[in-house]
Design a protein around this ligand. Structure first.
Ligand code: NAI
Ligand code: MG
Length: 394
């Protein structure tokens, strides 16, 4: 059988720790793949003035499938200071390479499943009216629009005259017209009908395929009338093609309250870029936090799978590493699903479920310990031990 080639982009910090762990699990489940390394992240910003080198883009364009760890981003001024001296005068500006990758390959559908594993001591519990406790099963799958919205990158500090003039066609500009431009900053929330349609359709299709009753659009159309309003309008249209799937809507602010009251009521959800980012982190908190939060960035041609956590620089140099590899391992399982290896994907998830429910091998976060070298003496497993346990459970 021919092998699938996967572009492996560890990136920075703990991305370099967890990605090889996921590959160990993929090997153990006998996924016929080979991995080519690709450069991404802070090191390439400082040395080359580009955190997403063209050679990495080319590898992704060629092989279409990527596993990504995490990158480190720093604020504008810090980024400029860390640039190697010969690059400083060249006008390089830092951009997030993961956002860049999503935009470059139009990886516009971001899927973030948040499912509780039985027996996870980090699972959300709530008090019953009788004073006891109950643990609702969480099974939410967030579809986040990944390329536009408030993260589309159209931003201005000190906006030029032509931009201010253009905005003056809007009656609301009056309130800001007298603010000195140097004291203005703006980030545009831009939605296109095409991208709304793609994310909503992807969500309805997923709901139908996986037996969910409905799709919840989580936006804010009462205030963000144009952008959220467009998403709602598109959802009403798309729903017509899915007569058996219900269409519900919630507002992002109310949803943040509801998800800690009745998280079991939500299944497939759709949101724009920023709201989807918030919503998926919030749901992740109910099922174990960042150590469990996996994701896929999916376009028509290219797909990249990554944990939603960042590079956690404070743990980068800990030896042995203590961070939880499960988010990365589950991202690997999403890749398996994507390429049609659904049995292998399910075996990986079952193995994670076994390790979690047995509770014998737990990383520091699963034990609610403070992260640090002392966690191991307190009984926490190392990153490698968690992966070993998953592989043993396979
Ligand atoms: P972070 O996700 O890197 O870490 C926040 C905290 O979450 C950590 O200090 C740790 O306590 C916990 N954590 C994260 N991953 C964990 C794991 N696998 N196991 C156990 N605990 C884990 O977010 P932070 O600290 O806000 O950002 C650090 C850097 O990462 C920044 O430079 C940020 O820009 C970048 N970042 C990158 C992302 C990406 O590559 N997609 C996403 C989010 C942040
Ligand atoms: Mg986030």
């Amino acid at each position: 059988m021919s092998k699938t080639t996967i572009v492996s982009m560890p990136g920075d910090g703990i991305g370099k720790t967890v990605l090889p762990e996921a590959i160990r699990v993929l090997d153990a489940v006998q996924f016929a793949a080979e991995y080519v390394h690709a450069d991404i992240g802070w090191e390439f910003w400082t040395k080359e003035g580009n955190p997403l080198p063209e050679r990495t883009i080319e590898l992704l364009a060629e092989h279409k499938l990527g596993l990504f760890g995490a990158i480190t981003s720093k604020p504008k001024n810090e980024a400029a200071q860390e640039l190697s001296p010969e690059l400083r005068a060249k006008g390089c500006t830092y951009f997030s390479p993961i956002v860049g990758m999503r935009q470059r390959f139009n990886l516009d559908v971001c899927i973030r499943p948040c499912r509780s594993f039985a027996g996870n001591s980090l699972n959300f519990i709530r008090r019953t009216a009788e004073g006891g406790f109950e643990e609702p099963k969480v099974d939410a799958v967030i579809f986040r629009q990944n390329t536009e919205g408030l993260y589309c990158g159209l931003e201005f500090a000190n906006p030029p005259e032509i931009v201010r003039e253009a905005l003056a066609v809007h009656p609301k500009w009056k309130a800001f017209a007298d603010t000195p431009p140097a004291e203005l900053a703006m980030s545009m929330r831009l939605f296109t009908r095409k991208a709304c349609e793609r994310i909503v359709r992807a969500a309805f299709t997923y709901a139908q395929k996986h037996g969910y009753e409905g799709v919840t659009i989580c936006e804010k159309p009462n205030v963000l009338r144009e952008t959220s309003g467009m998403m709602e309008e598109v959802a009403r249209e798309v729903k017509k093609d899915f007569p058996d799937i219900a269409h519900w809507s919630t507002n992002i602010d109310a949803q943040m309250m509801w998800l800690t009251k009745n998280p079991e009521a939500y299944g497939v959800m759709v949101a724009g870029n920023l709201f989807g980012d918030i919503l998926s982190d919030a749901f992740a908190g109910l099922v174990g936090g960042l150590g469990f939060a996996c994701s896929g960035n999916i376009g028509d041609e290219v797909a990249v799978f990554e944990p939603t956590h960042g590079s956690a620089p404070k743990y980068e140099l800990l030896e042995p590493s203590i961070v939880n590899p499960i988010a990365m391992v589950l991202s690997g399982a999403m890749l398996l699903d994507h390429v049609g290896e659904t049995d292998k994907a399910q075996r990986v998830r079952n193995a994670v479920g076994t390790v979690v429910s047995e509770g014998k091998v737990r990383s520091y976060d699963m034990m609610k310990l403070r992260g640090g070298p002392e966690a191991i003496a307190q009984g926490a497993a190392t990153t490698t031990q968690v992966t070993d346990a998953i592989i043993a459970a396979l």
